[in-house]
Ligand binder design. Sequence first.
Ligand code: ATP
Length: 324
Amino acid sequence: MGSMIEVKSVKKAYKKRKTKERITAVNHVSFTVNRGEILGLLGPNGAGKTTTIKMICGLLVPDEGTVVINGYDIKKERLKALRHISAVLEGNRNLYWRLTVRENLEYFAGNRGFGRKDIHSKIEELLSLFRLKKKEHELVNNLSRGMQQKLAIAVAMMADTDIILLDEPTLGLDVETGYEVRELLRYITDKEGKTIIISTHDMPVVQDLCKRTVIINEGKVVTDEQVDNLIKLFETRAYSIKLRSPLSDNQLQLLQEKIPMHDYHDHMLEVTLEQDDDIYILMDILRDKHTKIEKMDRTTVDFEQVFMTLLKGEGYNEKVLSSH
Ligand SMILES: Nc1ncnc2c1ncn2[C@@H]1O[C@H](COP(=O)(O)OP(=O)(O)OP(=O)(O)O)[C@@H](O)[C@H]1O
């Protein structure tokens, strides 16, 4: 399985208009996405996700490094590299606001050079799948944000490119539309052979749809792993312990120092160990005051907890991931 997208040590700084101060938004980020892979690009606000996506789809030129799409270097063979990409960006920039829903779909189908009959049936299929049939003659400008978002994804489907980049596809949608968009994303990700990057804060989207995740923080990659591996890894290290007696101040102090990822309230101790062997340290701390354990369970973790843990604490990620 060859790489479809290679992001090679890209760097991008912005100059602040007023102060002329330079902000490094993306700082030597590298990762690859294989053909047919669904990658979740995650990170807190301002981590550099949108900047990275814009460099992949050619909207921004990296200051350093390069992006290679299907073997074509975006700097040297821009048109060949970008031919296979559709991007759904914030603000639905891939739509024509003065055209109707149907006209947008027709325009992008025309671009692909489909025959008239094929265009018609494909548009009908998408209008019904995306529940936009009633709005087909409405101008994009007059659609709700959720509908615009659905249309932006439908347009990317219509263009039928090998690569689809989705920047925050469920951002700001109400619960129902968010759910609907997630189902549509599932439809897209199930389509064989498409290579997809989804940048999102929506953890269920990652857990449900993405096989691998690249997490960036302050412009740098902090994790590049299979989603399943991360969840398994954290499940083997997360415990929920019910104690018979309260912890002493000294025990709490030791926990703070040695098992920083913990939460303690009402005799319940929730811990996430950095390494498997830390269980012995934990037991030593409890034994110190003969604290009895009433019940101890492995905690099931969801991807949100994994994400939060990976972002917490300097050096924590290297420890967690290197010992795995
Ligand atoms: N046009 C711009 N001019 C100046 N600074 C910018 C510009 N665009 C982004 N930045 C800054 O670059 C950094 C990365 O921004 P970016 O939008 O790539 O992050 P993000 O991970 O997509 O964030 P969010 O999750 O909030 O959308 C931030 O500090 C942001 O303020």
